[in-house]
Design a protein around this ligand. Structure first.
Ligand SMILES: Cc1cc2nc3c(=O)[nH]c(=O)nc-3n(C[C@H](O)[C@H](O)[C@H](O)COP(=O)(O)O)c2cc1C
Length: 154
């Protein structure tokens, strides 16, 4: 399988999880690529709408993981901007995860995952598995290990 991890990460947390996930995927014998979503203006206070530097081509991936931080109890604006131009996903295996500081998924994580789910459904595929990593949780490393081991089922 050819796996693409599409990541937006402002301070590096979500990206660090993507790197661990990519290692795990590689170790199980699959090809994996991390593709970054980067806004033109990285200042989070910049006036919306968020413009992206480029829109990664995900057409060659069989499996796509969408990953983003939670900002202001919802999905980060840059990931929302990316999802607005999402191509057709039909036939792909889709997964997602978000990272958030707070320990409770109802403080943004669940909402963020729902936005990803709705966007993917609109493009023809459901999300097969998802996770929230709580950065301030004492169980953070365990949550990441769990994600690496169990998020993607080939
Ligand atoms: C502007 C801003 C808003 C945030 N809002 C939330 C929030 O509503 N809930 C939460 O749990 N964490 C919130 N956080 C924390 C981030 O979601 C968390 O640190 C995340 O892991 C950052 O990921 P990144 O390093 O990949 O950017 C916020 C962070 C920033 C910078």
């Amino acid at each position: 399988m050819n796996v693409g991890i599409v990541v937006y990460s402002h301070t590096g947390n979500t990206l660090s999880v993507a790197e661990k996930l990519a290692q795990g995927i590689r170790a199980s014998g699959h090809a994996v690529q991390i593709v970054r979503i980067e806004p033109v203006d990285s200042n989070l206070q910049a006036k919306p709408p968020v413009k992206l530097q480029s829109v990664p081509d995900i057409s060659t991936f069989d499996v796509v993981v969408f990953a983003s931080p939670i900002h202001g109890f919802t999905l980060a604006q840059a990931m929302k901007a990316y999802l607005e131009q999402l191509p057709d996903l039909e036939g792909k295996f889709i997964y997602s995860y978000v990272t958030q500081h707070l320990k409770w998924a109802w403080m943004g994580g669940n909402r963020g995952l729902r936005i990803i789910e709705t966007s993917c459904k609109a493009k023809g595929e459901s999300v097969r598995g998802s996770a929230v990593i709580h950065w301030s949780s004492p169980q953070r490393d365990e949550q990441i290990q769990n994600l690496v081991k169990h998020l993607i089922v080939f």
